[in-house]
Each structure stands twice: as C-alpha cells, then as structure tokens.
Design a protein around this ligand. Structure first.
Ligand SMILES: Nc1nc2c(c(=O)[nH]1)N[C@H]1C(S)=C(S)[C@@H](COP(=O)(O)OP(=O)(O)OC[C@H]3O[C@@H](n4cnc5c(=O)[nH]c(N)nc54)[C@H](O)[C@@H]3O)O[C@H]1N2
Ligand SMILES: Nc1nc2c(c(=O)[nH]1)N[C@H]1C(S)=C(S)[C@@H](COP(=O)(O)OP(=O)(O)OC[C@H]3O[C@@H](n4cnc5c(=O)[nH]c(N)nc54)[C@H](O)[C@@H]3O)O[C@H]1N2
Ligand SMILES: [Mo]
Length: 770
C-alpha cells in the first residue's frame, strides 16, 4: 500500500526552510489573515464578515471551539479563524460547469489543497454507476435516490452515517433521529479520532465526558499545564486567556516534544503591550517530552506529591478525598512500585526536572491541565488521561475556582453534537427519552465508531455511507484501506460546503449535497433562522450567518435532514419516529423544543439564547462536585505505566497540523512558526538522527510504517518527503496530516477509546531511488 503525491500539483522542490519562530501572533498574523480574506472574498465582504465573528449577534467562528471572552473585542477572531471564515465565505464557486469540465479521474489526481481552493459547492450532483463525470440533479430527485437506497438495504446496520463537528445542535439532533428512526446506531464521528480518549477517561473517573473549567477559571488559575497542544496555531484565542492568567501571576508549564512558538511567547495584536513591547512570555517551563511520555510525567508528579505528603504532610486535600473520591489506596500502591528511571526513560527528562514540575504542582493553589491531540492519539491515551485526573484529585483540583480539567476541543461544535446524540453508544436514558418524544422504539445495539465503520466497509458489511460534513476519506487512518472500502459501497452521499477528496473517492454511485455554512444567511419559512452551538467549556449560544449564500436554492443541513425524514418515515415503516417534518424545517425553534424535552439542561432553551446570551449546560463536577460515576465518587485509578518502545533504527512519527490548514482543508503550503515555506511533504527530525541513519538534511525519503498485525509485519509507504533538521527529541519525528494518514494502520488504536494512534506510528526512512 503506497501513497504517491498526486503528481499534478505537487512540486515541493522549492521548499524553503527558515529558523522556527519563538513568538506567536503579533502583526504578521493580522496581516496574513487580511491577505487570505481579501484573496478569497474581496475587501468589502471581508470586513462585513470579519466584524461579525463571535460577536453577540453574529456567527460562531467555525475555526475552533475555544469560548469567547465575556467582554468582546471589536475583532474577536484570530488569524486562523479568519482563514477558516475566508475559506467558507469565498466567492469562488464549484458548479455544474466545473464538474462537466473535470472528470473524476482528473479530480483524483489533485491534492486536498487544490480541491479545497476551487470554491463553494452550489448544486446537488450525481455520479451514476460507471460515469466519468458528475452531473447536476434536482434536490427532490437526489433525496429520493438516497431514500430508495436506504429502503433497499437488507439491514439498517449496513448504513454508516458520519458526522464532522461543524454541524449545529439543531441539524445534529434531527440527523441522529433520522439515523435511529431508520434503525441503526452507526453514528461514527470526527470525535472518535479526536477527543474520544478524553471522553472515555473523564466519564469513568469524574462522570462527565467534558472539561470542568470555564474561561474565568483559566484566568484565575495559579498553575496551567498545557500538554500535547499547539494553541498558537490551533486555538489562537486561547493565548489571550493564557496571557491574562499570566498577568495575574499564574505559572505556565508547556509539555510538548516541539518548542511550539505559541507556547513560548505571545504578542497580543489587541493590546499596545503586544504590539509595541514584544508581548508576554507564556511558558515558565518548557518540557520537551518524548512522544507518548505524558503518562510517566503525570505519574512522576503524583509520586512526588505522595512522597511530599508522607514526609511533610499538608499536600493532599484530605477533606475532598474523603468526601468525594474513591480508589486512592490502589493508586498509591501503583505509584509506590513505579520507578524514577522508568519515568526518565519514558519522558526523556531527568528526575530533577520531573521533581521541579512536581514542586510547581505541590505549591500551586489551583491547577488546570489543558490538553489536545498530543495526549489523545496514543495507544495508552486513556490511562494517560486517568493519570492526569489522579494528580488533580490529590489536591482537590476539580470543582473549585481556577482548577480542573480542560480538554481543548477541535471542531467548533463537536462537543454540542455529542450532547445532542451523535454517538454510536447512546445511553439508555437518552434513547428512552427519544422513544417517548417521537413515538417509536430506537435501536439499542451499539453502532460502529469510525474505525469499526471502515472495517465494515472493507469487509462488505456496509453498503451505504452518508457524510454530514467532514472529509472522511482524507481524515481517517489507513487511506488505502478507506479508499478501497468506499469503492465497495453502493452509494456514498456527502453533505458539504466545499469540494474535497471524499467527493472523488466514492462508492459505485455518489451524491454531493451542497449546503449552507456558518456564515451564510439561512432563510426558511419566511424567517431568518439561527442555530446553536456548544463551546469547549459547555456554554451554548446562538449563531446566525449574514452573508448571501453561494447559490439561491441551497438547503441548510436542517432542511436536508428534515426532508429525508419525511421521505424515509412518512407513511412507510410501522416503527418510525413521528413529527411534523415540514414544520421543523421552517422553524428551528421547534427542534430546540424537542431537544429541551429530551436532553437535560436545555430548560428555557429559546429564552436563554436570546440577544446574544449564553448559558451553561449542567456540569456535575464543576457545579457541585457531583460525580456521576459507578460509585458516585471521583475515582482514583491505578494504571500500569506504558510508553512507546522504538525498535532499533526506527523512528516514532507524530502526524500533526501545519499553521496553514484546517484539518484536511489546506489553506496554503507554509508553516510560518515552524519555518517551513512552500511545501508540506517534510519530516521534522533531530539533526543527529539524520546523520546516524546515514542521511543529510534536505534528502528526499520515503516513510515506511511498520505494524505487527495478526498476519505478521505490515508495511505502508508514503513517498517523497524532505528531511528537515529540527529540535525534536531523538527518535521522534513529525510530519503533516493528512498526507501521512496512509501510514497509520487501521488496527492501531487507543485502548478503550478506539482512537487511531496518529501521534505514534513506527516508521523507517528509505532513500528514494535517484
Ligand atoms: N487552524 C487550525 N485550527 C484548528 C485545527 C486545524 O487543523 N487548524 N483543527 C481543530 C481540531 S479538529 C483539533 S482536534 C484541534 C487540534 O489541536 P492540536 O492538538 O494542537 O493539533 P495537532 O497539530 O495535532 O498538535 C498536537 C500537538 O501536540 C504535540 N504532541 C504530539 N504528540 C505528543 C505527545 O506524545 N505528548 C505531548 N505532550 N505533546 C505531543 C505536537 O507537537 C503538537 O504541538 O485544533 C482545532 N483547531
Ligand atoms: N493522521 C491524523 N489524522 C487525523 C488527525 C491527526 O491529528 N492526525 N486528527 C483527527 C481529528 S482531531 C479530526 S477532528 C478529524 C477531522 O475530520 P473531518 O471533520 O472529517 O475533516 P475536516 O477536514 O474538518 O472536514 C472538512 C470538510 O468539511 C466540510 N464542511 C466544512 N464546513 C461545513 C459545514 O458547515 N457543513 C457541512 N455539511 N460541511 C462542512 C467541507 O466540505 C470540508 O471539505 O481528522 C482526524 N484525523
Ligand atoms: Mo479534532
């Protein structure tokens, strides 16, 4: 299995390398965001759009899920938020003429960057079996083909319904109802590849799969540990919150194999200090940890705290532990056996450094741990995150001001989608509420997550795929297997704003349904509709787009799903949900009323989102130190230490994002902060590893991943990457996703959560034939 760079548009011989930056944002970021916006949408539309991002009567930025500050700036967005918006608000169009001009075979030869640059989709398109080109089709006809394909399936479990995390609460709720009404829980989502490990660990230990802090807690924290996250690129607005905490006296510890600029120093473009005086130093301590060493780090902190307690006392919060937790003894025993040399080996840090961190935690009055993909995409991510919770519980750092867990979410509504039912393992309580509300019986058997869905596609157990947003083909692991799996299907349907690889790697038949994005005006039933979203901290608010949509008769996601519900349910099945689908399509408030009646925490939904208001969903640990776990306590857990072992002559590869991309949407080919310009097929590698493996900086290599499967060692190859000497731990390398997804074995997943191990792939380098 190999991925060749699509030859048409990749010429990365011109890649330019400069020194990595040590400061993030500042004026260059502002200029860059304006340039990108102007390219895509012209200056008038840029200004009209950018001033409404994250304002109280505007739209929610589709960039990330970081919450807004309560007091908003005139420009409450960041460089990368502006790029995300510009991509959506672009004036470029992909209409029927485009598809007439470009055959499927030709489109397959382009990379994700080229495809995304073509513009917004404007018409429903159909690819008939054996056809070389998509052709335009009417909405009714398209929806009828989908409904007929569903009726044709022998078993509802042969259908897979994927969701990406931009979908609004209203659309997601109706969508899960469509899927469950049809008879399956096959609802894989991007979260399966993202924060599923966080959800698994947090649900088990504190009884809620979400973070427990608010933005004020971040400002008030005494110590912030930011691990496995690159906020300068992926959550730039978080830097303002970290800056504020810093100015109030907080200590920040960054934990990352790479010295990411955003963690080192921040120039806030919204303050004179940021513009004129060189900004704020963020990380007081930068731990350049080995990939996958974080469990050892948190165990080391826990061990240090317990030793200090035994020696001097006064470290643990005994009242909290007695009243609210269970399992301390088992955790204590596990750590008593753990050895400092193992911690050193796993982290690449000395005992002295680890104890310095332990001291910072011991003396902190309130501690928050923030994390993202660096902690969730490893085989042992769930035990790692359980050990994060253990450390916080020791000092009662959950459910009080300035303290708690902060998994920093990716997609802007990924958390809301899960809240309203996008989940392959729904709870009985949720299903029973749906049954009561809609007069049917929802299926109880759990469905496929993302990896299981791909296996089903590969093995012929799935025949139908529906993608509510996202780019399943490029975002998922093991690209060659996924592409073959898609080709096995009868029909693949994508509801999308922009062209991507999932439109050109298809089943025997394929349908593209273009849809409105966050920035577009959504007029239905004679009124402008708003939707709601939930941010990373459990706050829900409304979002309303103002721009003229890219085509006149575009349907919103809600309208598409409501019409499918009518086609699939009305008149037909005996056991089907009942509702006035046409009415729901015309007034989204009616959908919110259903949500309010079936999901706890949405009381007075409509009133609480009026006039730019925001409300918090209930959060037991945060609100009242209530822990909905098996024993009603926050649970200490004993987790044997795990960390990656890299075979001789091999490297451990993490796959990550550049500064110029949003997941599989590539804005450009620069990674400004890391000093990479004009190309993406690079491997960041320690200079001594380059020499030791017999290469030179700048050499072109193939990356070959090695995975011991049931049938022996499997190899996967990604061709033509340029070696770039970079400050990363020995033996650890980094390269961009999605180009490297071909290397991630489908079966290499995190224990418990099933998340692909995108931050831990064993590879070797092979010289390219000259
Ligand atoms: N502009 C922009 N914004 C985005 C996105 C985007 O693509 N572009 N994507 C959105 C989405 S869906 C998500 S999930 C988030 C992703 O946000 P991040 O998690 O910040 O994204 P990654 O690029 O995957 O970066 C992972 C970081 O973790 C570090 N890391 C990797 N492995 C380890 C490890 O073992 N231990 C530690 N301590 N660190 C490690 C890497 O060096 C890197 O700094 O961002 C969201 N926001
Ligand atoms: N190797 C590796 N793989 C990874 C990761 C990694 O770090 N390494 N990260 C994983 C993570 S964290 C995530 S979240 C996934 C992301 O997986 P996805 O969410 O599936 O991928 P995206 O690239 O965000 O999807 C982009 C597409 O969404 C569509 N779109 C954008 N906005 C809208 C909208 O409002 N409505 C609709 N209907 N469509 C819209 C556009 O057509 C666009 O092309 O990838 C995962 N894959
Ligand atoms: Mo994500």
């Amino acid at each position: 299995m190999a991925s060749k760079p699509p030859a048409d548009d990749i010429d990365e011989s011109q890649i330019r390398i400069t020194a990595p930056k040590t400061v993030a944002v500042g004026i260059p970021a502002v200029l860059n965001s304006l340039r990108v916006a102007n390219d895509q949408m012209g200056i008038a539309r840029s200004v009209q759009t950018l001033v409404r991002i994250n304002q109280k009567d505007g739209f929610d930025c589709p960039g990330c899920a970081w919450p807004e500050e309560n007091k908003r700036h005139a420009a409450e967005f960041c460089e990368n938020g502006a790029k995300a918006v510009a991509e959506e608000a672009t004036l470029r169009r992909v209409g029927p003429e485009f598809f007439a001009e470009h055959s499927l075979a030709e489109l397959r030869g382009h990379d994700d960057w080229w495809l995304g640059q073509q513009g917004r989709l404007t018409h429903p398109m159909l690819l008939e079996e054996g056809a070389t080109h998509y052709r335009p089709i009417g909405w009714d006809e398209a929806l009828e083909i989908i409904a007929a394909a569903l009726r044709d399936l022998g078993d509802p479990d042969e259908a897979v319904f994927y969701t990406s995390g931009r979908t609004s609460n209203e659309a997601a709720y109706l969508y899960q109802l469509l899927v469950r009404g049809f008879g399956t829980n096959n609802l894989p989502d991007c979260s399966n590849m993202c924060h599923e490990s966080s959800g698994s660990a947090l649900n088990e230990t504190i009884g809620i799969g979400k973070g427990t802090v608010s933005i004020e807690d971040i400002h008030d924290a005494d110590l912030l540990i930011v691990a496995g996250q690159n906020p300068g690129t992926n959550h730039p607005r978080m830097l303002s919150a970290l800056e504020k905490a810093k100015q109030r006296g907080a200590t920040i510890i960054a934990v990352n194999p790479l010295r990411e600029a955003g963690l080192v120093r921040f120039e806030n473009p919204q303050t004179p200090r940021g513009i004129a005086f060189g900004g704020t130093t963020l990380a007081d301590l930068f731990l350049q940890i080995r990939l996958g060493g974080d469990q050892a780090l948190f165990q080391a902190i826990g061990k240090h705290l317990l030793e200090a307690e035994d020696r001097d006392g006064g470290v643990l919060d005994h009242d909290f532990i007695a009243a609210h937790t269970s399992g301390l003894d088992a955790y204590r025993r596990e750590l008593a056996d753990a050895r400092w040399p193992d911690f050193e080996e796993a982290t690449g840090l000395t005992e002295q450094t680890l104890r310095t961190v332990g001291e910072a935690v011991r003396t902190s009055k309130s501690t928050i741990v923030c994390w993202a993909m660096g902690l969730t995409q490893h085989k042992h991510s769930v035990p790692t995150l359980r050990d994060v919770v253990n450390v916080l519980l020791l000092q009662g750092n959950i459910g009080r001001p300035g303290a708690g867990v902060c998994p920093v979410r990716g997609h802007s509504n990924v958390q809301g989608d899960r809240t309203v039912g996008i989940y392959e393992k729904p709870s009985e309580g949720f299903l029973a509420a749906l049954d009561g509300e809609f007069g049917f019986r929802a299926p109880r058997e759990h469905g496929f997550d993302t990896v299981e869905a791909i296996r089903a596609m590969r093995d012929g157990r799935a025949r139908f795929f529906f993608g509510m947003g996202g780019n399943f083909v490029s975002a998922t692991p093991d690209t060659a297997v996924v592409e073959q799996g898609m080709a096995n299907l009868d029909l693949t349907v994508q509801v999308s704003t922009k062209l991507n690889r999932s439109h050109v790697v298809t089943g025997r038949r394929a349908i593209i349904l273009p849809t409105l994005g966050r920035t577009d005006r959504d007029r239905r039933g004679g009124a402008e509709q708003r939707v709601t979203v939930e941010d990373s901290m459990g706050a829900v608010h409304a979002s309303r787009g103002r721009l003229t949509p890219p085509a006149d008769d575009l349907l919103s996601e809600v309208a598409i799903v409501a019409r499918l519900c009518a086609l699939v349910f009305d008149g037909a099945a005996v056991n089907a949900p009942r509702a006035d689908w046409a009415a729901l399509e015309k007034d989204y408030a009616l959908i919110r009323a259903h949500i309010q009646r079936t999901i706890p925490g949405f009381d007075d939904y409509e009133q609480r989102i009026e006039k730019g208001r925001t409300f918090f969903l209930p959060n037991g640990p945060r609100d009242a130190r209530r822990f909905a776990t098996v024993d009603g306590k926050a649970r200490f857990t004993a987790n044997p230490l795990e960390y990656p072992h890299i075979p001789e002559g091999r490297l451990l590869l993490q796959t990550l994002r550049s500064h110029d991309q949003y997941n599989t949407t590539i804005y450009g080919k620069d990674d400004r902060y890391r000093g990479i310009h004009g190309g993406r097929r690079v491997v960041l590698i320690h200079p001594q590893d380059i020499t030791e493996l017999g290469f030179s900086d700048g050499d072109l290599v193939d990356l070959v991943s090695e995975w011991s499967g049931p049938a022996g060692v499997e190899e996967r190859r990604a061709e033509a990457f340029r070696l770039v000497g970079y400050e990363t731990p020995r033996g650890n390398v980094a390269a961009y996703y999605p180009e490297t997804n071909v290397l991630v074995p489908l079966d290499s997943v995190a224990d418990v959560s099933g998340t692909p191990t995108s931050k831990a792939v064993i590879v070797r380098l092979e010289r390219r034939p000259a």
